[in-house]
Design a protein around this ligand. Structure first.
Ligand code: NAD
Length: 469
């Protein structure tokens, strides 16, 4: 794939960097092309451009709406063209790549139409007072490698709608599709409103300590999120942190095993398990544990994993070598801890970064595959004695991103859902996400939320306007 025409996007222009770094196609393990390695001077130029652009952008409300609407249409019109690039660097199946790009367009469209109305908080003989929302300035957006384009849109669209400008840095594993999207959006956004830069992790660190941004919106791991919070602290930059998860799915005794198995499987294995809010542990009643584990294993044995460009592939490879090594390590540890591999358990040899969808039964809390975030295609099924015990174990971690409860009795499911300590609880579903739904984590899974009016508010400062009478 020729990537030589992909550059940084600074001040509305495509710009070459002094050097490039290799981006690997995870389906082959071979480099697919180079990505620009942004220099410090180029980052300064991007920040300065964003700062300049913000002065007019913040004043032009109708212009912002129109530009976001146009941006959505650019994504809709070009999704088929960009999708193979996303497949090549990320690994996901082509259809999923198209959906990710269309989804990004849906987010732009949603925010083009969303208002944060002023709230009247006093209207009496003393005063008229309103709470209004003001833009912050320049935002630094930093994204991970699992959904590079849509997760960037969760930041770009609300940040711009609120009157900020943004500099976005994708993961070094998946920089190209974001740069390509930025280049296309430069046709409809004023110069400097959305700049995109790529480079290694140190570029992210430069951004979080840079004096220009007033806010850092970060999606990635807990470990990096803590570094971002620390780097933002000295000049009190605002932060939104969307971090890792270890989502539990609690299957209640009355759930129909065959019926829930397929849904649980896709809640865990979509994007080859590389979803922050994927099911990462299944708690099943001891009586139905074996049947459920076997039904999940049957799904795992029959699903087709392969190169994302093969139309038969439903699952792609793990995105990168360190992540593949980590999944392998956690599965080996699970086996050493007495887990039974019912399906999969293989991969990590030569060629692409494939690891077959893996179901491991008979594990308990304390095994690393249960306690840590695997972020890959391996799922532990854990037996519980009573629901109290399952809820306690589901909550007994530093994570709190999301979770789900599975039952044929909605009231019973709701009672369990009420007790889960996480940002989203689904009932008989998992991974249902939408632009109007706030998404964020309790505890170490995050700070703040994205999406909906709550996500838009996160890109604003709150101002009281008080008029004496
Ligand atoms: P990561 O934390 O390694 O990297 C994320 C981004 O941070 C990358 O762009 C990286 O270059 C950058 N970065 C690295 N060091 C930095 C530093 N010191 N300062 C600033 N930026 C730095 O995460 P990853 O491996 O790319 O992504 C996987 C993780 O992301 C998983 O834990 C997953 O659960 C999480 N995630 C969370 C959400 C969510 O919305 N909650 C969504 C997707 C992924």
């Amino acid at each position: 794939m020729d990537t030589s025409d992909i550059g940084l996007v600074i001040d509305g222009e495509r710009v070459a960097a002094p050097s490039t770094f290799d981006v690997i196609n995870p389906a082959t393990g071979e480099p697919l092309g180079g990505a620009p390695d942004c220099s410090r001077e180029q980052l300064d130029a991007a920040m300065a451009s964003a700062e300049r652009a913000q002065r007019e952008w913040r004043e032009d409300e109708p212009g912002r709406r129109k530009a976001l609407e146009d941006a959505a249409n650019v994504l809709f019109a070009n999704h088929e063209e960009i999708a193979p690039l996303l497949v090549a660097e990320q690994g996901k199946p082509l259809q999923a790549a198209k959906e990710e790009l269309l989804g990004a367009g849906v987010w732009f469209k949603y925010y083009a139409g969303l208002e944060l109305e002023p709230e009247v908080i006093q209207d009496d003989d003393k005063a008229y007072a309103e709470v209004v929302r003001r833009p912050m300035g320049v935002v630094a957006g930093i994204t991970p490698w699992n959904f590079p384009v849509i997760l960037a849109s969760w930041k770009i669209a609300p940040a711009l709608r609120a009157g900020n400008t943004i500099v976005v840095k994708p993961s070094p594993f998946t920089p190209l599709s974001t740069l390509k999207v930025a280049e296309l959006l430069a046709e409809v956004l004023p110069p400097g409103v959305f700049n995109a830069v790529s480079g290694g992790d140190e570029l992210g660190a430069w951004m979080t300590s840079h004096p220009t941004p007033r806010k850092v919106s970060f999606t990635g791991s807990v470990a990096t999120g803590k570094k971002v919070a620390a780097a933002a602290a000295p000049d009190l930059k605002r932060v939104t942190l969307e971090l890792g998860g270890n989502d539990p799915a609690i299957v209640l005794p009355d759930a129909d095993v065959e019926e829930v198995a397929a849904k649980l499987f896709w809640g865990a294995f979509a994007n080859s398990g590389q979803v922050c809010s994927a099911i990462k542990r299944v708690y099943a009643p001891r009586d139905t544990h074996d049947d459920l584990a076997e039904a999940l294993a049957e799904q795992a044995r029959t699903v087709r994993m392969g190169d994302g460009m093969d139309p038969e592939s439903r699952l792609g490879p793990v995105n990168n070598r360190p992540q593949l090594d980590r999944v392998r390590e956690l599965v080996d540890d699970a086996v050493a801890s007495g887990g039974r591999v019912l399906a999969g358990g293989e991969g990590g040899g030569e060629g692409g970064y494939f690891f077959s969808p893996t179901i491991i039964a008979g594990l308990s809390d304390g095994a690393r595959l249960v306690d840590e975030e695997q972020f890959g295609p391996a799922l532990p099924v854990i037996a519980y004695e009573d629901v109290e015990d399952a809820v306690a174990r589901a909550n007994g971690t530093h994570f709190g991103l999301s979770g789900s409860v599975w039952s044929s009795d909605p009231e019973r499911a709701r009672a369990v859902a009420d007790r889960l300590e996480c940002g989203t609880v689904w009932i008989n579903s998992h991974l249902a996400l939408a632009p109007h739904q706030p998404f964020g984590g309790f505890k170490w899974s995050g700070v703040g939320v994205e999406n909906g009016p709550w996500g838009l508010a996160g890109f604003t400062e709150t101002q009281v306007q008080y008029q004496a009478r």
